[in-house]
Design a protein around this ligand. Structure first.
Ligand code: PHB
Length: 406
């Protein structure tokens, strides 16, 4: 009999034994089986609270795919423990954040809560994980408070803080001598903090903001704003949009005749996961981000191949962030040999981990947000091509606002 089948049989027998022992109250009496053996044979429960509908649906799916790929590459178990997923759609709807997170923690009793994409929903999750102490990895949402004023030992981020990918772009635009800039973004945490990050370096570089334009999330009625931009005639425009909204924006920008007339810049979310949908509307657009399709390393090449094979889709930054959330958790589980009850040790190992990410090596800052290189990229055909490193090992915003509780 092959080894894994023998192990399966042994595992099944062991699980039956534990069930029987538990029912007979033997565990409480300390008879034979210890709590440790119970803890190590049960499955690890991972909650994937993500948007599976709405403008960020594709982002949620990519994150879930990436996470699962990382776990399956560990040999499908974490230090010997199988992983069970509980999936919950948060619809990118902020009022649903706290309730849905609470459902995963109290009803489903997840060991790890992975989520989410939208900064507003994220604030609800942060409240619940701070109260409950449940281990938490943010695989996208950049809201700065999560690893700033509200930082906590059980909160990690495998993605970015909102200002982090935007800050290098301000310097790029200023260095090109483009002085008068209009910004345009969704008016909520991610849009506001992206524009703030851009302005931080752009103003230092001598630039001037002509006008800040906003629209509510997830509104995509861009027409009147594009008309206003055309009449303002700025040297350049900086935007924050993502997912379905980014695809619509790029199409409308071209249709309004602004493409090629006014230089357009953004954080790289603008051109992630949308290139097939928008055709040549994105061609030539430059952005800054912590990932680029063509990063020429064995790790990125292997990741892209494995992802494409498993899901019949091309990976993007969201898939990478999900994948790295899986690698980060795996590092914690390895350190305790699968004993999820050793939370302090898991956290210590995750804090100290160096993740071998498709984006390059990533470490955690004191506030448990990634310290990472920011790439300058340009859309060439169907690729977000890396054209340089805009900033090396960027820790932004500085970890100063996080006073990590012991
Ligand atoms: C956010 O809401 O924090 C957010 C959403 C989508 C992105 C980036 C940030 O691509």
């Amino acid at each position: 009999m092959p080894n894994d089948m023998q192990n399966d049989k042994k595992g099944a027998k062991r699980r039956e034994l534990i069930k029987a022992a538990g029912a007979a109250g033997l565990l409480a009496a300390g008879g034979g089986l210890t709590n440790l053996s119970l803890a190590q044979s049960a499955k690890v429960k991972v909650g994937l609270m993500l948007p599976y509908t709405g403008t960020f649906a594709q982002l949620g799916v990519a994150i879930a795919n990436g996470f699962k790929l990382a776990i399956s590459e560990q040999g499908k178990t974490l230090a010997g423990r199988e992983v069970e997923y509980v999936t919950l759609d948060d619809e990118s709807d902020p009022p649903k954040g706290a309730d849905r997170a609470n459902q995963l923690v109290t009803r489903d009793k997840v060991d790890l809560l992975v989520g989410t994409v939208h900064s507003g929903v994220q604030m609800g999750i942060v409240k619940i994980v701070r109260e409950s102490g449940v281990l938490h990895i943010i695989p996208n949402a950049g809201v700065e408070a999560a690893t700033g004023q509200l930082c906590a030992p059980n909160i990690f981020r495998s993605s970015f803080a909102n200002g982090q990918p935007a800050y290098p772009m301000g310097k790029v635009v200023a260095d090109r001598g483009l002085k008068n800039v209009v910004t345009l973004a969704w008016r909520y945490g991610a849009g506001e903090e992206s524009v703030a990050g851009f302005k931080d370096s752009f103003l230092k570089g001598g630039g001037k903001i002509v006008k800040e334009l906003w629209l509510p999330f997830p509104n995509v009625e861009f027409q009147s704003l594009l008309t206003e931009i055309a009449s303002l005639k700025p040297d350049a425009v900086f935007v924050f949009f993502a997912g379905g909204g980014a695809a619509k924006f790029l199409t409308d920008w071209k249709a309004a005749g602004l493409k090629g007339r006014i230089p357009l810049f953004g954080t790289g979310f603008l051109t992630e996961g949308v290139l097939e949908a928008v055709g040549d509307a994105a061609e030539g657009i430059e952005t800054t981000l912590h990932y680029g399709d063509g990063i020429d390393t064995p790790k990125n090449r292997a990741f892209r191949l494995a992802y494409a094979k498993a899901f019949k889709l091309q990976p993007d930054v969201y898939a990478v962030q999900g994948y790295d959330a899986g690698l980060l958790f795996a590092a914690g589980m390895k350190a305790v040999k699968g004993d999820i009850s050793k939370k302090k040790e898991i956290i210590a190992a995750m804090r100290a981990a160096t993740i071998d990410s498709p984006r390059g090596k990533v470490t955690m800052s004191k506030s448990q947000n990634p310290i990472q290189d920011m790439y300058l990229r340009k859309v060439v055909g169907q690729e977000n091509r890396v054209t340089g490193v805009a900033m090396k090992a960027l820790d932004y915003p500085p970890s100063g606002t996080c006073k990590m509780p012991a």
